[in-house]
Design a protein around this ligand. Structure first.
Ligand code: UN1
Length: 493
């Protein structure tokens, strides 16, 4: 069986304890991907010490030079795209056309980070006083801890790791225990690109090891993507220790379909939004809100398409929807479906494990639609992270917005309408960080701010120029060339 090691200070090393854990494929639970280093506090200490030491010189490397390395990272991801996609699919299940998109998002992020290293603009501002000038510019912070989920095993880590390193920080990365091979790949690519030893470190293992990263006094910033429950625990620790923390957490994203919408387009949108990545995106469409005039029509059209979705192993090029990540997740889909039906939901399609004996060893759940769900129902409110979509009826635009905002999360939202005024009103009224018009709730681009309001986040945005706000501090400089004491607010007034 293939053995995978941690990457610390430019070297591939076993866990200090020598312990390992196994990871299996969600498409076939008999397929053991490998044995991975099971890291603990001692490994965290080693990785953080290496990152702290490397920070001393990395922060002084001119930003455009750091950018040159980021560009190489993008080149290597491009070269290895098809090969990596297969590795990722075997590990987390989504079809290879999706894992290729996942890698593409990292490529885009690498080139974007590279270009930003020549554009880390500061401000030059007039002083209140003569012969004095004021400046403010960004400085790196130190060691950054990155903890991510398995559903975008390359893209989401890249949103944090690449801008953090481009800005002059060093990183200790803990990939999900369900996607450790992707973490190993990330290290291989950083190593080949010439990222100096200690600047980027990967520790494989479980959440308790992540906890040591969060607690470590030399980790100055934590970037986390995962559940709201864990994110809030991390925020609590970081609050006590006065660390900066950027959180990307749950979602219960809704698509609205108005009665004037292009229904074919809207159906295509919800099909992709709800069942792409088997519904396992933080941006996934998990609620569909439909105007009463087209309610039954939409259900009928959607059902027609959903029952034809080709479910299977993501490595099969014909597959449109892969498995869920593990059995626990499949059982959760069963549980929530049962509750939804007990509470008065109407089963439109799906609702059970896939019966195909060829898929019996995998975690396959049918794409499921439950209609007549109201804001009082559990399914309307609880994040599923699986292929279970609920549909609710809206009496009017205002009602649709009210339903849309009846949600403790606020990541992405979408409206399908041809009415330009309603479209703009919706973008104003939706309580989300990302808003789509005539497009599904998924599909964010690497160079735009990504993040959510309410229970989804804590005010930070990854992606785009805003990622640099997470990974830098502003330094203000007052440069006085008057050769005399100038007392601000006193001598000039
Ligand atoms: C996630 O689900 O964690 O916008 C990220 C999207 C993708 C990223 C999803 N580009 O759906």
């Amino acid at each position: 069986m293939t053995k995978f090691k941690n990457y610390i200070n430019g070297k591939w090393v076993d866990a200090v304890s020598g312990k390992t854990f196994k990871n299996i494929s969600p498409a076939n639970q008999n397929d053991i991907i490998g044995e991975f280093a099971f890291s603990d506090k001692a490994d965290v200490d080693n990785a953080v010490a290496a990152a702290k030491e490397a920070y001393k010189s990395w922060r002084l490397v001119p930003a455009p030079k750091r950018g040159d390395i980021m560009r190489k990272v993008g080149d290597i991801f491009t070269r290895r795209k098809a090969e990596l996609a297969k590795i990722m699919t075997r590990e987390m299940g989504k079809p290879t056309f999706e894992t290729e998109g996942d890698v593409q998002e990292a490529i885009d992020t690498a080139y974007y980070a590279a270009s930003e290293t020549r554009r880390l603009f500061g401000h030059t501002v007039p002083s209140e006083m003569d012969n004095k000038i004021n400046l403010a510019f960004r400085t790196p912070i130190g060691v950054v801890g990155v903890i991510t989920a398995w559903n975008f095993p390359i893209a989401v880590p890249s949103w944090k790791i690449l801008p953090a390193i481009a800005a002059g920080n060093t990183v200790v990365f803990k990939p999900s225990k369900d996607a450790p091979h992707s973490g190993v790949i990330f290290a291989e690519i950083m190593e080949e690109a010439g990222v100096p030893a200690g600047v980027f470190n990967v520790l494989l293992g479980t959440g308790s090891m992540g906890d040591h990263i969060v607690h470590h006094p030399d980790v100055k910033v934590v970037g986390f993507t995962g559940s709201t429950e864990i994110g809030c625990q991390i925020a609590e620790v970081c609050g006590k220790l006065n660390k900066r923390v950027s959180l990307e957490m749950g979602g219960k994203n809704a698509q609205i379909i108005m009665d004037d919408a292009n229904l074919d387009l809207a159906i295509e949108g919800v099909l992709w939004g709800a069942f792409g990545t088997t519904g396992q995106r933080c941006t996934a469409t998990s609620r569909l809100i439909v105007h009463k005039n087209v309610y039954e029509k939409v259900i009928e059209l959607l059902k027609e398409k959903v029952v034809k979705l080709k479910i299977g192993d993501g490595l099969d090029p014909k597959t449109e929807m892969g498995p869920v990540i593990h059995m626990k997740s499949l059982e959760n889909c069963e549980r929530i479906t049962k509750i939804a039906l007990e509470e008065g939901g109407r089963l439109v399609c799906g609702g059970k494990r896939v019966a195909d004996p060829a898929l019996a060893n995998g975690c396959f759940f049918e794409p499921t639609i439950i209609a007549d769900v109201t804001e009082k129902h559990t399914l309307f409110n609880e994040e599923v992270f699986g292929p279970v979509l609920c549909i609710s009826k809206a009496d009017s635009f205002e009602h649709a917005i009210e339903l849309h905002n009846h949600c403790e999360y606020g990541l992405s939202g979408s409206i399908y309408t041809k009415d330009v005024n309603l479209a703009w009103l919706a973008t104003r009224e939706m309580e989300v960080g990302i808003c789509y018009v005539n497009a599904p709730t998924i599909g964010a681009e690497a160079h735009m701010p990504f993040g959510g309001v309410k229970g989804t986040g804590n005010g930070h945005r990854e992606g785009g120029w805003t990622a640099f706000d997470i990974f830098t501090e502003w330094k203000t400089v007052y440069f006085d060339y008057s050769n005399k004491l100038q007392r601000a607010q006193i001598d000039n007034y």
